[in-house]
Design a protein around this ligand. Structure first.
Ligand SMILES: [Zn+2]
Length: 542
């Protein structure tokens, strides 16, 4: 747990060097005690440009920190940026240096850290490091910073409660022993994720949790998720079938086909089934077929009353990242990740071919403008300007897209870059992404390929669904775009607002700057430019 200081732990007294002026914010003392009691280690990450500006001395700052520790107890790490905006350091938030340094001092990685702060640059620094960011707004927090944050809590205590709840929710529940030996239950488990590639990819950690205990894992997926299903570790067999209550463009329900599906499910001989769904989908129609197929134990997330369709009816509050949402269902069903496994996205070793030789050495930037839902795609005209700006900044650009996006990728690549549009299946695309220094992409399945390889993401994220649920998971990320645009939370597949304003307003210079924040500066191609604005990160003052 990494905490911003001013405005998060203590009242923000500008450039304070006086221990007498330290005032704790409400709930901080109790919240920190709860975190320590839960065994979490605590660090502080704080910009203190007052040092560079000579407003107070290091000694005065230490006195302030001693006063804070006297009030709330010790911290395991103090990370302070002493620089001014003009110093060009790598630690001043929104850059991720302090978060990385704190993680290193605590003997962990940013992906296992949660950062709590009160302004946008705290959250940006967290995400750019690959950590989780929680915003606890104060009256000075800007509305656009609140809109862009992946996780917003009303106060410090509320943030702590939810952090601990989420941590607890992925610990496997004790369940009746039905297997052969303690800790390993064996048997065949049918896992289900019936929608598109991205949905299947984010369910990967939960499927690995099931696979850690099962003898055999069969994955039921839809046609649009098949290519991703074939990339997941832990899956022994894939069964593909469209489900008319999940598919966005479904056929009429055909009784004979449903009967055939039920027979096929029965033939799997599953000891139990775990039905993974998104927050707007129901597991109940499939649960009914599974009951008719004789599956004895069925688990799913359902707000709706399930009657006798579910043995484990799990519920998840809104806002939880999809991979954790699925992991919490696996845990409720009794399945946890192996102790050596982290809850990050991963692909099956050997399933991903190497990138084509003509791309040259790894380190290029993948620009993926398209999306199955046009509301989440980068406007082609903007993507072309981004390609051009990336080339000007010294990046090698590779433009990717599906077979039906060839026209767009050709036009974008004409502005700068190698066009791979329509030339890759999902596995080949994964191979290309694996060699990238970063990926520039909307909210679409391939963003999760980047997460699976730890490749930093510049996410042009249309706010049609919550960023905290669908943003790239546990990978260094910078979010761009207008998070408060009118399409917010509409789940629209086609942009409901003329001009696609949530993404159309992104300046290509923001993308170049985001790459710099992510530690991907490009190769200089001319005289160095100075004074690049930081429009992506917002926040002024501190
Ligand atoms: Zn610094």
């Amino acid at each position: 747990m990494l905490l911003d200081r001013d405005g998060t732990l203590v009242e923000d007294v500008p450039y304070n060097g006086d221990p007498e002026k330290v005032r704790l914010l409400p709930g901080v003392r109790v919240g920190l005690d709860r975190l320590r009691a839960a065994g979490l280690r605590l660090g502080v990450v704080s910009n203190q440009s007052g040092l560079a500006r000579g407003f107070f001395s290091v000694g005065q700052m230490r006195a302030v920190h001693a006063r804070i520790e006297a009030l709330v107890g010790p911290f395991d790490s103090w990370q302070v940026c002493p620089h001014d905006e003009a110093d060009g350091c790598g630690c001043r938030k929104p850059l991720p240096g302090l978060v990385r340094a704190a993680a290193a001092e605590l003997g962990t990685v940013p992906g296992r850290c949660v950062v709590v702060g009160d302004i946008g640059r705290d959250v940006t620094a967290a995400l750019a490091a690959g950590a989780v960011g929680v915003l606890v707004p104060t009256p000075v927090t800007r509305p656009e910073e609140v809109a862009a944050a992946p996780w917003v809590a009303g106060d410090f205590c509320e943030a702590v409660e939810e952090i601990l709840r989420r941590q607890h929710a992925v610990q496997p529940a004790v369940r009746p022993a039905v297997g052969r030996s303690a800790g390993r239950r064996g048997g065949t488990v049918l896992v289900v994720r019936a929608d598109s590639a991205g949905d299947v990819l984010v369910t990967g950690p939960a499927i690995r949790a099931v696979a850690h205990h099962a003898d055999r894992v069969v994955l039921l997926c839809g046609p649009r998720g098949r290519a991703a299903a074939d990339l997941l570790p832990g899956v022994d067999e894939v069964v593909e079938h469209p489900l008319p209550w999940i598919d966005p463009d479904p056929d009429r329900v055909n009784p004979a086909e449903m009967a055939a599906l039920t027979d096929r499910l029965a033939a799997i001989g599953a000891d139990e089934a775990v039905i993974f769904t998104s927050f707007h989908q129901s597991p109940l129609p499939l649960a009914l077929l599974l009951r008719m197929a004789g599956v004895p134990r069925v688990s799913g997330i359902s707000e709706d009353y399930p009657g006798s369709l579910l043995d484990v009816r799990h519920r998840v509050p809104v806002g939880v990242p999809e991979p954790e949402r699925a992991l919490s269902l696996a845990a409720a069903a009794g399945y946890g990740l192996a102790p050596t496994d982290q809850p990050t996205l991963r692909l099956r070793a050997g399933a991903v071919p190497p990138a084509p030789a003509r791309l040259g050495a790894p380190g290029y930037v993948v620009l993926h403008p398209g999306s199955a839902a046009s509301s989440r795609a980068i406007p082609p005209e903007l993507a072309a300007r981004i390609a051009s700006a990336l080339v000007d900044a010294g990046h090698r650009v590779v433009v990717t897209g599906g077979p039906d996006e060839r026209e767009v990728t050709a036009a974008v690549a004409a502005a700068g870059g190698v066009d791979l549009g329509g030339r890759t299946g999902l596995a080949e695309l994964a191979g290309v992404v694996a060699g990238a220094a970063a990926m520039v992409v909307g909210n679409t399945g391939p963003a999760h390929l980047a997460a699976a390889f730890g490749v930093p993401v510049v996410s042009l994220f249309a706010p049609t669904v919550p960023f905290g649920q669908w943003g790239p998971y546990r990978v260094p990320t910078v979010r761009l775009g207008d998070a408060a645009a009118p399409c917010r939370d509409t789940r629209a597949a086609t942009c409901p607002v003329p001009g696609h304003p949530c993404l159309a307003g992104v300046d290509p210079a923001e993308v170049v700057e985001a790459l710099r924040v992510l530690g991907v500066p490009g190769e200089p191609v001319g005289p160095a430019t100075a004074g690049v604005a930081v429009p992506a990160t917002g926040g002024s003052g501190r």
